[in-house]
Design a protein around this ligand. Structure first.
Ligand code: NZQ
Ligand code: ZN
Length: 385
């Protein structure tokens, strides 16, 4: 096991009706800005529930944070925070609204050009406004982690940042709030959470048996409940399991003490920035070929994954690895997320542009060994056509 420092200060309030607990969670004298996305929070009644729970507090609203939240929109929220002396933020939505709120929290107290936060991956964040979240879409784990991904539309750049200053103070997870999700978003959530586990598990053996078993348990849970979450949207227990599994997939626990990959995510971000695929769609396209092209260095873990997660016992190590990669692809397809670039209208002619973007963003030495180059990514994309 590798050395590590593990810190996670986010309180989780989990269960039906938990939005009412905002009254205890948000300071009574706070000047609150509630941030949300398009229309879903209002349409589903969640926004009303939130404002009711906040009672007499001074509350303002900021809507319009788009999927793959943009720097441009978020800077409008920063201006509002500054001009109204807002001192507490509350995100109501999915990963995009939460990521956007993390950026607003840091940018509002940042001296200078806030894009520098993204350029330096968050290392220059010294403080941030306190904030909480009400999660409406299980997928990203943003509700209990220190990461965020922001898009600057004008530059077609989608970049991550991380800082311990942007852990949410608390997150309210009410599985009932997920009942209104469109099928596509539920499927996206299953795939995103699955790939989060894979990025931290499918590297090389690191003598971390408990991290491995946690990861395998999360993967098996997603395989088991994913289809059910789609087929029975109002099955509370299934939605509860999906919600907590997605949070645990990326709250730091399974990644402590083990090598991590994240190459699929970094390549996927370029696909979203340039061609507007949903985040999970990019992962469903990239991950299978990412694993296949790097089979030699990942073989030990691929065989373990094949045997323990998919119960593949027959054949050589290579046979097992191949079969597990195919099962992974089939799983993504089975929940309705397509796994080929062509499924999203992209062809060989788009690959040069994606590779150029990777280079422009300095994504030239990816993966757990730092040996995944733009040329490898080109081969991966060609194989994903
Ligand atoms: O905008 P509204 O109208 O609210 O609709 C949203 C949005 O269109 C809708 N939605 C959310 N909750 C709903 C609902 N519709 C009906 N009922 C509900 N209860 O769902 C759509 C997608 O929302 P979004 O927040 O974009 O999805 P997701 O949670 O998948 O977040 C994706 C973003 O998170 C980033 C991705 O890159 C992407 O930008 N990620 C953040 C991570 C992190 N912070 O750790 C890690 C991930 O790898 C990921 O990169
Ligand atoms: Zn992701």
């Amino acid at each position: 096991m590798q050395d590590f420092s593990f810190y996670n200060p986010t309180r989780i309030e989990f269960g039906a009706g938990k939005i009412a607990s905002l009254n205890q969670l948000v300071p009574t004298d706070a000047r609150v800005l509630v941030l949300f996305g398009g229309e879903s929070a209002r349409r589903t009644g969640t926004l009303d529930e939130v404002t009711a729970a906040l009672g007499d507090r001074e509350v303002q609203l900021f809507g319009g944070i788009e999927p793959n939240p943009s720097f441009e929109t978020l800077m409008e929220a920063v201006a509002l925070v500054r001009s109204n002396d807002i001192d507490f933020l509350l995100a109501v939505g999915g990963g995009s609204v939460i990521d956007g709120t993390k950026f607003v929290a840091a940018a509002a107290l940042f001296d200078g050009d806030a894009w520098e936060i993204l350029k330096q991956g968050g290392q220059n964040i010294e403080r941030a406004l306190p904030f909480g979240t009400v999660l409406t879409l299980p997928a990203t784990g943003s509700e209990m982690n220190k990461g965020s991904v922001i898009t600057r539309k004008a530059l077609q750049a989608k970049l991550p940042f991380m800082s311990e200053q942007v852990y949410p103070l608390f997150s309210v997870l009410d599985p009932v709030k997920t009942y209104t999700l469109p099928t596509r978003q539920v499927a996206n959530g299953v795939v995103d959470a699955f790939v989060h586990v894979m990025e931290q598990y499918l590297t090389y053996p690191a003598q971390a048996p408990v991290q491995d078993r946690f990861a395998e348990g999360l993967l098996q849970t997603l395989i088991e409940i994913g289809p059910k979450a789609l087929a029975e949207p109002e099955d509370y227990q299934t939605r509860a399991s999906l919600m907590w599994t997605a949070t645990l997939a990326l709250n730091g626990l399974i990644g402590a003490g083990v090598p991590q990959d994240w190459a699929s995510h970094m390549l996927g971000h370029e696909l979203t920035a340039l061609h507007n695929l949903d985040h999970a769609q990019t992962l469903a396209v990239v991950l299978p070929e990412m694993l296949r092209q790097r089979k030699a260095t990942k073989l030990g873990k691929l065989v373990q994954y094949a045997e323990r997660v998919w119960d593949i016992r027959e054949g050589s190590d290579d046979d097992k690895a191949e079969a597990a990669i195919e099962r992974t692809r089939e799983f993504f397809e089975s929940v309705g997320v397509k796994t080929r670039l062509g499924d999203y209208g992209l062809g060989a002619e788009h690959i040069d542009g994606i590779i150029d973007s990777l280079k422009n963003h300095g994504m030239v030495a990816l993966g757990e060994h730092g040996d995944v180059t733009p040329e490898h990514c080109r081969q991966i994309l060609l194989a994903s056509l």
